[in-house]
Design a protein around this ligand. Structure first.
Ligand code: NDP
Ligand code: 2IT
Length: 444
C-alpha cells in the first residue's frame, strides 16, 4: 500500500464519524501523490502525513449562557489548533447549529494549506460553536460571545492563536469577543482579526474574501486570454463572502444574476441590486424573500437551485457540499467555463471530479478564498506596528497576493505535468512550504 493510502486509511479509522474531515483529507492527500511519490522515503521517515492530519491540539468546552427568558442554554465550543509550522494558529470561528468536531477539523485542515498559499507567516486553526445566531437578540449574542471567550481566552493570543470571523461571525460578534478578551486578559492586543475600524481593525478586511475571489478569477481569465467584463456569473450565499464577491464582479463589468440563503434563492436577470441586498442582509438581517419588494421583476424560489441558471462563471459562496454532482452536470450542460470556490469545500468530491473531467477551470477554496485570511494577516501586522494602512494600500496588497497565488498554483500544477489542474497545484504549493518547515523544526 502506498504511503498516501496508508495515511488515508489510518485517518478514517482513527477519526470515525467525521465525514467532512475524511473528505478534506482524501482530497488533499490524493492530489499530493506526485510530490509524495517523489519524496516518499523522507516524508514517511518524518511521519509528515501523519503529523499534518493530526491537529497539534483540540479544545472542546461547555458554553453556558442565559437567554432573554431567563433560561440557561448550553452550547459546545471548539478550537482546533491544527498547525503552527509556519506561524501562529490562524482561522475563523463559525457559529451555526451544524457545527461539530468533523466540520471544525475539515476547516482547520484546509486552513493550514490556504494560509501557506498566502505567503504570509500564519499557521492553521479553526473554531466555533453549535450556537444558532438566527433570531437571537443583540443581548443574547453578547451573552453567548462573552461566555465563549471566558473559556477560549486561555488558549489564544496575538502570538499564539488569532481567531476571526466565518459563518455567523461578523463585526458585531468580533466586537463582543474582543471586549471580553480585553476585560479578562487585561491586554489590548491583536488577538482577533475582523475587528471594527475604531479599535484596531483593518480597512478592506470586510470586503477581502469576496474581492480576493474576483481578483484571482480575473487573473485566471486574463491568463487564458479572456476578459471578465460582460461575463454572466451565478453566486450562492448572501453573506459576507457573497456580497463582496458580487460587488467586485459588478465593478469589473460582469453581471451577477443570483444569490441565495438557507431558505431559498433569487434570480434577477437584470443583475443583482447590491444596495438592496446589503440593506436586507447587513442592515435589517432579514431573509431573501424581501428582495422582491425592491425588485419586482426578479424571481424568488424556495429551496436550492442557483446552479440550474446558465452562466459563464459559478461562485459557490455559502457552505460546504452545496454544489453536488447533479449541479455540476447542470453547469456543464449550460456551458460553464469556470467554478471558483468562495466558500470552504462547497463542491462535493464527485462534482469536482466531473467538472475537471469536463475541462471546466476549477479554483479550489484554499486558493480562491484566501483573500480573507491574507487580509487578516495584514491586520495582524498593522496591530503589531500600531499603525493603520489606507484602504487603497490594503486592497492593492490583497490584489497582488491573489495574483501571486494564481501564478504559484499554476506553476506547481505545470511542474508536475497537470496544467490547469488547480486542485493539484494548490495542494502541492500549500503543502511543500509546510512540510519543509516541519522537517526543519524537528520532531514536534
Ligand atoms: P455568512 O454567515 O456571512 O454567510 C453565509 C451565507 O451562506 C448565508 O447567506 C447563509 O444563509 C448561507 N448558508 C450558510 N449555511 C448554509 C446552509 N447549510 N445551507 C444553505 N445556505 C447556507 O458567512 P460567510 O459569507 O463569511 O461564509 C461563507 C463561506 O465562505 C463559508 O464556507 C466560510 O467558511 C467561507 N469563508 C469565509 C471567509 C470570511 O472571511 N468570512 C473567508 C474564507 C472562506 P443563512 O443566512 O440563511 O444561514
Ligand atoms: O475560512 C477562512 O479563511 C476564514 N473564515 C477567515 C479566517 C481568518 O482568520 O481571517
Amino acid at each position: 500500500m502506498s504511503y498516501v493510502d496508508e495515511v488515508i486509511e489510518k485517518t478514517i479509522l482513527k477519526n470515525p464519524n467525521q465525514p467532512e474531515f475524511h473528505q478534506a483529507v482524501k482530497e488533499v492527500l490524493n492530489s499530493l501523490r506526485p510530490v509524495i511519490d517523489a519524496h516518499e522515503e523522507e516524508y514517511k521517515r518524518n511521519a509528515i502525513l501523519e503529523r499534518i492530519t493530526n491537529p497539534e491540539r483540540q479544545i472542546i468546552f461547555r458554553v453556558p449562557w442565559v437567554d432573554d427568558k431567563g433560561q440557561v442554554q448550553i452550547n459546545t465550543g471548539y478550537r482546533v489548533q491544527f498547525s503552527s509550522a509556519i506561524g501562529p494558529y490562524k482561522g475563523g470561528l463559525r457559529l451555526h447549529p451544524s457545527v461539530n468536531l468533523s466540520i471544525i477539523k475539515f476547516l482547520g485542515f484546509e486552513q493550514v494549506f490556504k494560509n501557506s498559499l498566502t505567503g504570509l507567516p500564519i499557521g492553521g486553526g479553526k473554531g466555533g460553536s453549535d450556537f444558532d445566531p438566527k433570531g437571537k437578540s443583540d443581548r443574547e449574542i453578547m451573552a453567548f460571545c462573552q461566555s465563549l471567550m471566558t473559556e477560549l481566552y486561555k488558549y489564544i493570543g496575538a502570538d499564539t492563536d488569532v481567531p476571526a470571523g466565518d459563518i455567523g461571525v461578523g463585526a458585531r460578534e468580533i466586537g463582543y469577543l474582543f471586549g471580553q478578551y480585553k476585560r479578562i486578559h487585561g491586554t489590548f492586543e491583536g488577538v482577533l482579526t475582523g475587528k471594527g475600524l475604531t479599535y484596531g481593525g483593518s480597512l478592506a478586511r470586510t470586503e477581502a474574501t469576496g474581492y480576493g475571489l474576483l481578483y484571482i478569477v480575473n487573473e485566471m481569465l486574463k491568463n487564458h486570454g479572456l476578459l471578465i467584463a460582460g461575463k454572466t456569473i451565478t453566486v450562492s450565499g448572501a453573506g459576507n463572502v457573497a456580497i463582496y464577491a458580487i460587488e467586485k464582479a459588478q465593478q469589473l463589468g460582469a453581471k451577477v444574476v443570483t444569490c441565495s440563503d438557507s431558505n431559498g434563492w433569487v434570480y434577477d436577470p437584470d443583475g443583482i441590486d447590491l444596495k438592496a441586498l446589503k440593506e436586507i442582509k447587513e442592515v435589517k438581517r432579514q431573509r431573501l424573500t424581501e428582495y422582491k419588494n425592491y425588485r419586482p421583476a426578479s424571481e424568488y424560489h424556495s429551496g436550492k437551485g442557483v446552479w440550474s441558471i446558465k452562466c459563464d462563471i459559478a461562485l459557490p459562496c455559502a457552505t460546504q457540499n452545496e454544489l453536488n454532482l447533479d449541479d455540476a452536470k447542470a453547469l456543464v450542460a449550460n456551458g460553464v467555463y469556470a467554478v471558483a470556490e468562495g466558500a470552504n469545500m462547497p463542491t462535493t468530491a464527485d462534482a469536482t471530479e466531473y467538472l475537471l473531467a469536463n475541462k471546466v477551470i476549477f479554483l479550489p477554496g484554499k486558493a480562491a478564498n484566501a483573500g480573507g485570511v491574507a487580509t487578516s494577516a495584514l491586520e495582524m501586522s498593522q496591530n503589531s506596528e500600531r499603525l493603520n494602512r489606507s484602504f487603497e494600500e490594503v486592497d492593492a496588497k490583497l490584489k497582488s497576493i491573489m495574483e501571486g497565488i494564481y501564478h504559484n498554483i499554476d506553476k506547481a500544477a505545470k511542474k508536475y505535468g497537470y496544467e490547469d489542474n488547480f486542485v493539484i497545484g494548490a495542494n502541492i504549493a500549500g503543502f511543500e512550504k509546510v512540510a519543509d518547515a516541519m522537517i526543519a523544526q524537528g520532531v514536534i
